[in-house]
Ligand binder design. Sequence first.
Ligand SMILES: [Zn+2]
Length: 308
Amino acid sequence: MPARYTMGIDLGGTTTSLAVIDARNYVAAKRSFPTRAEAGFDDVLRRISEAAAAALREHPCDALGVAAAAQVDVEAGVLVASPNLRFANEPLAARLRDALGLPVVLENDVSAAAYGEYLAAPQVREPLFAVFVGTGVGGGLVAGGDVFRGADGFAAEIGHVPVVATGGEPCGCGRRGCVEAYAGGSAIVRRANARRGPPPEVPAFTDVTGVVRAAAAGEAACQAVLEEAADYLGVALAAAVNLLNPGTLVVGGGVARAWPPLAPRALERMKESALPPALASLATREALLGAWAGAIGAAALARKPARS
Ligand SMILES: [Zn+2]
């Protein structure tokens, strides 16, 4: 009997990742390529279809799961809105189903990544709450073996948990004082440049790696911005622990990888603030799948019979 493969595609603001997994969730193939959202939805869709068709020739798949950096309507398979991709109201699942002849499910990328992390370790105690610190801060919740979305898909949106009562840094959501406005990669870069003072004698930081490098070289302002990012993240994590009582808490994302002390420091800070009984049996770990969590999680979600 042939192997039962499923495919997952993680449509991100800058990079699109594709993974094929087998029935035991092992990765059989993977590749990534630039999303180039500025070329428009039809062009992005065409390149995704070509990459998927090439992968299908090597590994015939039963279903495709797409994780998008977007607000999605899971039932309808519609990408509702996405500031990163600048697409709105696109019937992504139907278009890919027509192009590839496969059942297609659509999921938010952070929820798919949380589901990937849920499958990545044996005997995970539920609920699992996963936080990914990248350009922004995203969260995903897995309970009862499935993604928990809330009434409108905004469950587990830890990035916009306020950590400052009044005022605070402006956030991309239009509010102030959200944890993302301190701990997200864009916020870290913005805050490091502001603390550092005006150029021209030093070029402005453009990414978190530059801030991390300057901190390692002894720039106290950069070190402080990174430590504050971890501390604010820890406060938001404490709120999540008290609200959700997760069995497992996972911290990952590009900023966590770029500055390895982020997750341990945030978890320590969380332990100072969360309810002690909620911490007693909480398992914490760093993410295991790196940048592939969304594609792997989407592939696994595509296999769930209730969705196909
Ligand atoms: Zn916000």
